[in-house]
Design a protein around this ligand. Structure first.
Ligand code: ADP
Ligand code: MG
Length: 255
């Protein structure tokens, strides 16, 4: 049989080992959302995570990001227990999760402020991230004055400003119209391909199979048993990544 499967990097950057997450709402039976999830993200990979709504994908991403603590098991980063919150892992949310009362610049800086980084360095890093993601000139704008695509660029700048090695994206393009989504996706992949952001790996939840096929080296399917989530199928896709980008660029120039 012809080998059409591209090799993927095997050096694990992030390892999820036996992670279990139980939500106890204090009313009746506790809800088992993640049950013994094993998963690893290699260096240099973009991995898509697909699964039914409610299967625990966001919970897994938040656990990897250190935003929630697993009930059992662990998340390891470069073979060490991942810190909490580990700055090497940054997250981008479907609904952007911006502070509406803060400007673009303030939204991007706020995470650095929480880390105790000096004002001058904060400013410098935030302006660089804003410039990188194409938000130059919007520093003083408020989220409500911006389109969804621009807001998600702020979400990306806020993640990139942390200089993460791993980008965790939870349905990052699903609130956007198809052209805006494709533009942002292409811009992000261009930055990645050109080595302009120091990100080694991306883990992305998506409901869009085409998007997963276009962007990802590997797709992980989450099992849909109620209250129980198992990573089941790993599919390796042929390269090159984002092979529609040139055709798309030509198309949007005509619109
Ligand atoms: P997905 O992202 O795959 O749609 P989620 O991880 O958001 O799934 O949610 C999985 C399940 O966990 C859902 O039933 C959801 O209601 C529940 N859940 C998520 N977060 C919490 C929480 N903080 N407290 C209680 N239940 C939660
Ligand atoms: Mg979700």
């Amino acid at each position: 049989m012809n080998a059409i499967i591209a090799p993927v990097s095997v050096q694990p950057l992030v390892e999820v080992r036996g992670v279990r997450k139980v939500f106890d709402k204090g009313t009746g039976t506790p809800l088992v959302v993640l049950d013994n999830v094993d998963f690893s993200l290699g260096s240099g990979e973009i991995v898509g995570l697909l699964g039914r709504s409610g299967s625990g994908k966001s919970t897994l991403l938040r656990t990897i990001a250190g935003l929630i603590k697993p009930s059992a098991g662990e998340v390891r980063y470069r073979d060490q227990p991942a810190g909490s919150p580990p700055d090497d892992l940054a997250m981008v949310f479907q609904s952007f999760a911006l502070f509406p009362w803060l400007t673009v610049l303030e939204n991007v800086e706020v995470g650095l402020e929480a880390r105790g980084i000096a004002a001058s360095e904060r400013r410098q890093r935030a302006l660089a991230a804003i410039d990188l993601i194409g938000l130059d000139g919007y520093e003083s704008a408020y989220p409500k004055e911006m389109s969804g695509g621009m807001r998600q660029r702020v979400g990306l700048a806020r993640a990139l400003v942390m200089h993460p090695k791993v980008l965790l994206m939870d349905e990052p393009f699903s609130a956007l119209d198809v052209l805006t989504a494709e533009t942002l996706r292409t811009d992000l992949l261009d930055l990645w391909a050109e080595g302009r952001m120091p990100i080694e790996s991306i883990l992305m939840v998506t409901h869009n199979i085409e998007e997963a096929v276009l962007m990802c080296d590997r797709i992980v399917i989450f099992g849909a048993n109620p209250g129980r989530v198992i990573s089941e199928i790993h599919v390796t896709l042929p390269q090159p990544r984002n092979r529609l980008a040139p055709a798309f660029r030509a198309l949007v120039e005509d619109i």
